[in-house]
Write a protein that binds this ligand. Sequence first.
Ligand code: GLU
Length: 315
Amino acid sequence: MKFFCLFLTIFLAACGSSDRTFITLGTGSQTGVYYPVGGAIKQVVEQATDGDLRVSVATSGGSVQNINDVLSGAIAFGIAQADRQYQAYHGLSTWDGEPRENLRFVFSLHPEVVTLIASEASGIRTLGDLRGKRVNIGSPGSGQRGNALDIFSAIDIDPAADIQAESLTVAECAGMLQDGRIDAYFYTVGHPNGSIAEATTGRQRVRFIPVTGMEALIEESPFYTLTEVPVDLYPRALQDGPVPSIGMLTTVVTRAETDEDLVHRVVTAILNDLDTLRQQHPALQGLTLEGMIQGQHAPFHPGALRAFTEAGVDL
Ligand code: GLU
């Protein structure tokens, strides 16, 4: 009897875990767009696979942490800005001189805008006004930190000498701006999002600072484009119209070692149900099959390539 029970227990345990595969997707702060978009991906993938693929959506410091975690094998997939994907693969910026050649592109998602937001009390109206101010440029794991540094170098501001640069996580920023503990913060993010909504609806009025004079930066970069902060999504901001800035696409990455069939199943589930994905977050509304291969700067993962080819996308 004892043996029979033991056998039964092992048998049931084996049944329970049979075809189920667990994967982790690295996202960002709960107040950003990566996190809810990660939730949307989870929903679509789990539904398409009847729960055989289970997606765990992990909060994180952002693009840089996600890329590093993907490369170490700690997570299977990560969401990352296209610029960070490019830099990691080519060994630039954070990965200076150490190209991460096993990074792989899976698909692109929504566009992100380098968003610079300042309190009214700070008196900041232009990029030049940041001199001498307390500005959050982003934590080392974030995507925005590199964008803030690119912008400073384009306008000859030395962040170490000319501003009081902070390295806070974005989750803290809206509250600190409202409390007057920082004057401004950079956040590269899709719109609308919780952080900017929180920053714009507090007692302290806030304004978006135009990121202009970036023509040379855009000219020499394969990932930046001119774009705008859609200010009308934040009715209590001090401006009405859109504010110019630069931006890039959001992408999903993995590493070369990730199982081809697994990547194929995930991407096929997404491509087959783009409608559901688009409905999950306003930032995803403009998603198209063709747009989802735009932010590719590392080689395609073969599983993703197969899924796009089967979906009839011209590669
Ligand atoms: N772009 C940000 C980063 O890479 C994250 C934005 C978001 O969470 O939506 O750190």
